[in-house]
Design a protein around this ligand. Structure first.
Ligand SMILES: Nc1nc2c(ncn2[C@@H]2O[C@H](COP(=O)(O)OP(=O)(O)OP(=O)(O)O)[C@@H](O)[C@H]2O)c(=O)[nH]1
Length: 516
């Protein structure tokens, strides 16, 4: 019995010793790990470095963990403080990068590509991040963009004598704006040939004096078109005035004729009354039937004459009235025809001013109008609305290799194909150059992706042939969905970024960019 107890005690002691050894080994591993970890944190904060060094020494010495606890708690407070400082660092880094990027964006005359890169970068900078390190690639990129801008500015400064280089970018922008304006001037029918000539001249590289000439010609067309419109409106108003004057004259003369007749009628009525009175008076005085017969017959002849005269007057009045009414009706008919022609002309002009002359699909002005409307609908019904930008790939090559008229034909065919393959509620416009913009109401991005890919494939399969060469042409799409936080500009910019990504990814692509 005593032996058993001793054995059990020995076993318990052995187990206890094994447990203690395990604890000790684990404590050593943990102490080493904490030591290494504390070394890795070195350099973040001096106070923290000192505390961690002390902790390492105590751990190496094997100091009792309980004694170390207050020290560990104080260090942990220190770490919390550092953490909030770290968060503040992230925020200030993000803010700093965003400010620097926006400042660069405000620079005038930035090349298009650089502006796009910058917009893309600012989008990335706006994303939340857990560490300051995550911003380092953005910082590098921003520094590169700053370098590029400085170089571009330097180049401009160096080329003082070369006006074409100095104003190259501005000229290109003016030329694009002028092309858009010309597209909206489609209503100047009489100047269509001249407009087309200016539009084609804007496609090549323009020296500044040629651009100015194009501007002056366009202004000339606008002025003569306004003059023509003014003259036509004046002509219509004069005709209207004429017609109203003649109607007024007819009414006045018919009124005065009718007053005349009324006066005559009054006199006749009085005459008839008098004749009747007289007849009754003399008939009382008649002494014989023969005398009465004679008197009545006389008076009846006089009364019948007066009545006939009265009837003639009435007929005259009716005829006069019919004549006046007839001439008024004719004038009003003429006026109605003129007003109809004028209204039709205005409606046609309205339609043409919203249509792109080359592709015959809506133009940018029409898009702006429709976009506002669709956004209002979206705000009311909250049904999904997608915005898509499409751009023909390497379009410049088509112009350069086969001429501008081949380029024009390509644009027409592509516009037609896109339009034909949209639903009636979708909307497409030529946004400018080789760029198209589309609106897809009540469409989710997932469904849109399929439809855009089908469109993309359809365009890729069009058998274009120039100078007997088969030329495959592709198109890239950038799409986004309108959200609660969006303005019309921000959704457009996102679609533009998606399009840019599609180009960067090799073209002939559909890229969707939902709001982050
Ligand atoms: N024929 C024709 N060309 C146009 C018209 N409007 C713009 N362009 C031309 O379209 C070309 C657009 O070229 P870029 O902006 O360099 O783009 P891209 O060659 O299509 O290349 P990526 O878009 O990068 O794939 C320019 O050469 C313009 O002159 C037009 O109405 N008719």
């Amino acid at each position: 019995m005593q032996d058993d107890t001793q054995k059990q005690l020995a076993n318990a002691l052995k187990a206890r010793k094994a447990l203690e050894d395990t604890y000790e080994a684990q404590f050593k591993i943990l102490a080493q790990f904490v030591s290494r970890l504390s070394l890795a944190c070195k350099g973040v904060d001096v106070d923290l470095d000192n505390r961690l060094a002390k902790l390492r020494t105590e751990l190496n010495r094997g100091t009792d963990l309980e004694k170390l606890l207050p020290f560990i708690e104080a260090t942990s407070d220190n770490l919390k403080l550092l953490e909030s400082r770290h968060q503040a660092d992230i925020q200030s880094m993000q803010q700093g990068l965003a400010d620097a990027g926006k400042l660069l964006q405000q620079q005038k005359g930035l090349p298009d590509q650089l502006r796009r890169d910058l917009r893309l970068l600012l989008g990335k900078v706006g994303q939340p991040s857990a560490t300051v390190h995550a911003f380092l690639p953005h910082l590098t990129e921003l520094t590169k963009l700053y370098q590029n801008v400085l170089q571009a500015k330097q180049q401009l400064a160096n080329s003082d004598d070369d006006d074409d280089v100095r104003y190259g970018h501005i000229c290109r922008q003016i030329s694009v704006e002028l092309t858009n304006l010309l597209s909206e001037l489609a209503f100047a029918e009489e100047s269509a040939a001249e407009i087309d000539e200016i539009r084609l001249s804007l496609l090549g590289k323009l020296p500044i004096d040629a651009l100015l000439e194009a501007c002056l010609k366009t202004i000339g067309i606008i002025i003569s078109s306004i003059n023509r419109e003014r003259q036509s409106a004046e002509h219509f108003l004069l005709k209207l005035n004429d017609a109203l004057t003649s109607v007024q004259q007819s009414v006045v003369s018919s009124l005065s004729a009718s007053t005349d007749l009324k006066q005559k009628m009054l006199v006749l009525n009085q005459q008839i009354e008098l004749q009747i009175d007289h007849l009754s008076h003399v008939s009382q005085k008649a002494t014989s039937l023969e005398q009465l017969k004679l008197l009545v017959s006389d008076k009846l002849t006089a009364i019948t004459g007066s009545l006939r005269e009265k009837e003639q007057l009435e007929q005259q009045e009716r005829q006069q009235l019919l004549l006046t009414l007839g001439s008024m009706e004719q004038r009003l008919g003429e006026l109605e025809t003129d007003a109809g022609t004028f209204k039709k002309r205005i409606a046609e002009q309205n339609f043409r001013s919203l249509q792109d002359a080359l592709t015959e699909i809506p133009n940018r002005a029409a898009f702006d109008e429709r976009y506002q409307l669709e956004i209002k609908r979206w705000q009311r019904y909250k049904k999904p609305l997608c915005v898509v930008l499409a751009d023909v790939d390497h379009f410049k090559n088509i112009n350069d290799s086969y001429g501008h008229s081949a380029g024009d034909k390509t644009l027409k065919v592509i516009a037609k194909t896109l339009k034909l393959n949209l639903r009636e509620t979708d909307f497409i416009a030529r946004y400018g150059g080789e760029e198209f913009i589309m609106l897809f109401p009540e469409t989710e991005l997932a469904e849109l992706e399929k439809r855009l890919n089908a469109l993309r494939e359809k365009i890729g399969k069009i058998p274009f042939k120039f100078k007997n060469v088969n030329v495959p042409i592709t198109i890239s799409f950038g799409a986004t969905r309108f959200t609660e936080q969006d303005t019309n500009r921000s959704a457009f910019d996102r679609a533009d970024e998606a399009l840019y990504e599609a180009k960067k990814a090799g073209r002939d692509k559909v890229i969707l960019k939902p709001a982050s």
